[in-house]
Design a protein around this ligand. Structure first.
Ligand code: C2E
Ligand code: MG
Ligand code: MG
Ligand code: MG
Length: 279
């Protein structure tokens, strides 16, 4: 009986594993077609000046509208896209879409100063990255000054030499470069200094327990000081409370982003948010 139960248990695991593997395969297959089928979209989260609440820019964030699963989070599909080698296609779609949206907003007199677009570490594998980014912006008719690229520490650290070269090239074109999720990666400060950055984005994990948590408060202050000395501006991510806003403004954060101001919004919802006088 024990033997039979054991066998059944194994069968159970086998089936569960098979099911998971085939679900994953189905998701991969669907994801490969998502761009062509127009299932990807961008939402835009406002970034505001800490000093006066004016709009500094927006961050473009990918969403996948799956016909059966509904909206799939980038946390679930970006890693798959990286593994199956289609992240460049997704990333380039996102850049092109954000650039087109900026052109549309400007044409209609909607003043969004800049859009930040996330780049995956894998996109740095491609030696032609900088050239293709330029071509995408030219095609959309969007000046480089409208665009900020967000890279993660791990992206920059996996290929520091390639990343530095591509980023130098992009900076010369006029794009802004932000280090995303700063403080969570495994960077050395030496590598950080070699990258041509404009912005450090203080990770949400350091903002979450502010202002009470002393360690996080110390890290936040140190990041602002470091950024100042390097001539960079600081964007704090994940600002959810008024007390966090006040603390971050007091220590000299330049720009704030988080649910306190707005969640990521569709382009139309962002326009409505901008038209609301009091916030
Ligand atoms: P990220 O670039 O660090 O983006 C910020 C994430 O924090 C977003 O999650 C945003 O919705 C969330 N967030 C913003 N404010 C708050 C807040 O006050 N509280 C909390 N709890 N969360 C907040 P989202 O949209 O789910 O994106 C997750 C990650 O997926 C992004 O993190 C980024 O790493 C990746 N991602 C999104 N779009 C793209 C893309 O186009 N390309 C690439 N390579 N990655 C992307
Ligand atoms: Mg980001
Ligand atoms: Mg971030
Ligand atoms: Mg983050």
């Amino acid at each position: 009986a024990a033997k039979a139960a054991g066998r059944n248990t194994w069968r159970f695991y086998d089936e569960a594993m098979n099911r998971r593997a085939s679900q994953r395969l189905a998701l991969e297959t669907d994801l490969r077609r998502a761009v062509a089928r127009g299932q990807l979209m961008l939402v835009y989260q406002p970034q505001v000046h800490a000093a006066d609440g004016r709009l500094a820019g927006v961050e473009a964030l990918l969403r996948w509208q799956h016909p059966e699963r509904g909206t799939v989070s980038p946390l679930d599909f970006i890693p798959i896209a990286e593994e199956v080698g289609i992240i460049a296609e997704l990333g380039e779609w996102a850049l092109a879409e954000a650039a087109r949206q900026m052109v549309d907003w400007r044409r209609r007199g909607i003043a969004v100063p800049r859009v930040a677009v996330n780049l995956s570490a894998r996109q740095f594998h491609d030696a032609g990255l900088a050239g293709r980014i330029e071509a995408i912006l030219a095609e959309a008719g969007a000046p480089a000054e409208w665009i900020e690229l967000e890279i993660t520490e791990s992206a920059a650290m996996q290929h520091p030499a390639d990343a530095a070269e591509a980023l130098q090239h992009l900076r010369r074109q006029g794009l802004q470069i932000a280090m995303d999720d700063f403080g969570t990666g495994h960077s050395s400060l030496a590598t950080l200094c070699k990258l041509p950055l404009n912005v450090l984005k203080l990770d949400r994990s350091f903002v979450h327990r502010l202002p009470e948590a002393e360690t996080e408060a110390a890290v936040a202050e140190a990041v602002v000081t470091l950024a100042r000395r390097l001539g960079l501006s600081v964007v704090a991510e994940g600002v959810e409370t008024e007390a966090q806003r006040r603390f971050l403004a007091d220590i000299g954060c330049d720009v704030l982003q988080g649910f306190l101001f707005a969640r990521p919004l569709t382009a139309a919802a962002l326009e409505a948010w901008l038209a609301t006088p009091i916030r």
